[in-house]
Ligand binder design. Sequence first.
Ligand code: NAD
Length: 295
Amino acid sequence: MTNIAFIGLGNMGNPMAANLVKAGLNVTGFDLMAENLETAKSHGLAVADSAADAVSGADVVITMLPAGRHVLSVYADILDKAPGGALLIDSSTIDVDSARKAHGLAAERGMLSVDAPVSGGVGGAEAGTLTFMAGGSDEAFKLAEPILDPMAGRIVHCGDGGAGQAAKICNNMILGISMIAAGEAFVLAEKLGLSHQALFDVASTSSGQCWSINTYCPVPGPVPTSPANNDYQPGFAAALMLKDLKLSQEAAQSSGAVTPLGASATQLYALFNAAGEGGTDFSGIINFLRGGEKN
Ligand code: NAD
């Protein structure tokens, strides 16, 4: 049986690991928070006393941690403890530079590694329908694919090490910008006396169509499943959108890309978060654009 070490059992990691257990894999988990370890036990994971203990005897090590510094620090603790043939999969959303460093640390020890950030949120993690964006060699990707499968709806091999993180932050930069564009358009429509439904009926079938309007419409009514119909409960919290936009701007700076709309979106989400809305769904930025009033 394949032995998996799963490090980082938070909102995403715990349900992801639970799906690996359901698929019949042998999963040993570790997290710094005792309550997350209790939840993991209830999902059928074995729990270890440390990350280093979790990886001894592992065929695959999966990390699902907050940021690049956590991944690099865990890698520093575990790489000499894990078996030499272990495959490393990092599914955290982290900066591209740290992702490349993590691949470098693995390569120094002759280990195969994949960066495989996800989209789909906690709901997708629970349902096993996450989209994985993977970066790594063909050999590493081939080994990772069947391991990711029980947690995935879709798995895309984006290129070499770091390409998964690059795809994730480019996609989420589009999303942040397009949600602000959708919000601005609905607010302008209100000022012009145009109903939400009328703008939706036109924009969702015309050149303005995009996921932020067609699937995740930021006003209540036209798309019943969008968070706008549920008082903007996440969904995808504005704090996580800000995190991803900041990563896009770090990457733009270090690669010399010009992303003025990405920069503006980052500033607007920073203001929205500073107004105490970090736990609100990111589509709630429409209320901020409107001056705080819900419509
Ligand atoms: P979370 O904060 O709930 O979980 C992270 C876990 O890592 C925590 O339980 C924390 O205790 C643990 N941790 C931190 N340092 C550790 C260490 N040294 N050793 C062991 N455990 C450690 O975060 P989350 O929502 O599960 O997100 C995890 C990653 O997935 C993040 O990078 C996030 O950006 C990304 N992500 C989250 C979502 C979402 O909707 N929550 C969606 C897509 C991607």
